[in-house]
Design a protein around this ligand. Structure first.
Ligand code: 5AD
Length: 452
């Protein structure tokens, strides 16, 4: 049977989509290749958030073409996901060796198209249309070849698309309008995962706090998203619930209160900030102010003082002045984020911000990126040091990435703890004592509980 190699760029949603495509192909008898060399099908699942991400995937495809096409003319090459959606046929015009361009609402048709391409029934396929009901098609999880490391924590897609239209962002074009799966459908998938040993579920969507906005009216002051959290929380055998990414606008009192009410909902949140300047937040069409953002953080910390907070920040948005940037620095200092992902603004086609005056030169973006990064690292170091000497509970996911002889797990607030463990610890919730803090990593010993 043909073997497939899938390389994924970008966010967790893309990882999740790649897993679903892999599972679909395995079910149809394909095998997964560990590397491009020797694979019969090579697929790049792409990201469009910044131009650099697109160029990386295009460059990669050019290399693949150079390396494989002449030696193995029958190899099928494809782009999937966000860049496939936003560029469509243009990708084949630019790279005529590409056989398949499959958009974000068409992942479930990958096997059918690959069968046709491999059998020579079609020359090439470009399918980037919209498909009603596609939000419910991404659900297969990797069955075969799944490791214990992967199966204790799983992603479940709850909605797709985004209606927010932030002025910098291409996602509404690549992922389409918001579409939510039903609660029974999501619960059925969660139950299946729990039966297979999953203990932690991360609910995924471009903007999870908009879950069920149209379909599920608020009940007793609880939004559709909070109703979903309540329902998932009821599932026996599940230990931890996470979600990503929310929008700050979604942090109403019902969600804040859920952190106090639902013990399985971990005290951890990734809340994209983008900027600390009210002027820029308005230009970005974010729908909140600096004060409102700080208010959310304060409320969350009141309910869960151990709340871990991470964020996304854009530097060098058009017209960002030194004063605007200073507002971002001061907000980062005030919140004391555990970590932040910093993005240098990249103009995206068809987005309003790309046409704003005062696009900033690369050097300014680089320089602000470096200053913000230094601050985030400094705050992170301080924050992580505070954990030394403390005992914390971790869910053991698998071998540490840097040293496979050691294991890694995550604290409830989503910090990685590396420790010397044994295979019997895999998939366990266990207590460790933190002995040392490194750069955005904690090191620990399995805790020995003193009996007195
Ligand atoms: N330029 C730079 N960063 C961007 N992001 C989204 N669009 C852009 C862009 N045009 C960042 C935002 C978002 C993260 C996933 O990517 O910070 O939260």
């Amino acid at each position: 049977m043909p073997s497939v190699y899938i390389k994924t760029y970008g966010c967790q949603m893309n990882e999740r989509d790649s897993e679903a495509v892999a599972a679909q192909l395995l079910a149809k008898g394909y095998t997964l290749a560990p590397a491009e060399a020797g694979a019969d099908v090579i697929l790049l699942n792409t990201c469009s958030v910044r131009d650099a991400a697109e160029q990386k995937a295009i460059g990669k495809m050019q290399n693949i073409v150079a390396e494989t096409r002449r030696a193995r003319p029958g190899v099928v090459l494809g782009f999937l996901g966000c860049m496939a959606q936003s560029r469509g046929r243009q990708l084949i015009d630019q790279l005529p060796d590409v056989d398949l361009v499959l958009g974000t609402q068409k992942f479930h048709r990958a096997a059918e198209y690959l069968d046709d391409l491999l059998a020579g029934r079609r020359e090439s396929v470009v399918d980037v249309g919209t498909e009603p009901g596609s939000e419910a098609t991404i659900r297969e999880h990797l069955a075969a070849g799944n490791t214990a490391a992967k199966s204790v924590s799983a992603f479940v897609s709850i909605m797709q698309g985004c209606n927010q239209h932030c002025t910098f962002c291409i996602v509404p074009f690549t992922r389409g309008e918001e579409r939510s799966r039903t609660i029974p459908d999501i619960l059925a998938e969660c139950r299946e995962l729990i039966d297979r040993g999953v203990r932690e579920i991360t609910l995924l969507g471009q903007i999870v706090t908009s879950y069920g906005k149209r379909e599920l009216p608020a009940r007793e002051g609880r939004s559709g998203f909070v109703q979903l959290l309540d329902a998932v929380h009821e599932l026996p055998g599940l230990e931890r619930i996470r979600f990503t990414s929310p929008h700050p606008k979604g942090y109403g009192d019902d969600l804040v209160e859920a952190y106090g009410r639902l013990p399985k909902l971990v005290p951890s949140a990734h809340i994209p900030l983008q900027s600390g300047s009210d002027r820029l937040l308005k230009l970005m069409h974010r729908g909140y102010t600096r004060e409102r953002y700080l208010g959310i953080v304060e409320k969350l910390r009141r309910v869960r003082p151990d709340m871990g907070l991470t964020t996304d920040i854009i530097v060098g948005f058009p017209g960002e002045t030194e004063a605007d940037f200073a507002d971002t620095l001061s907000l980062a200092r005030e919140v004391e984020f555990d970590n932040a992902y910093i993005f240098k603004y990249s103009p995206r086609r068809d987005t309003p911000a790309a046409d704003l005056p005062d696009q900033l030169p690369r050097e300014v973006k680089e320089e602000r990126n470096a200053r913000l990064l230094a601050l985030i690292n400094e705050i992170g170091d301080r924050h992580y040091q505070r954990f030394v000497g403390r005992q914390t509970s971790i869910l053991v996911e698998g071998p540490s990435r840097k040293n496979a002889a050691r294991l890694m797990g995550r604290t409830p607030c989503n910090k990685i703890v590396v420790f010397d463990g044994s295979p019997r610890h895999l998939g366990q919730l266990m207590d460790v004592r933190v002995t040392r803090a490194g750069s955005f990593t904690l090191y620990g010993d399995p805790a020995i509980i003193a009996l007195d």
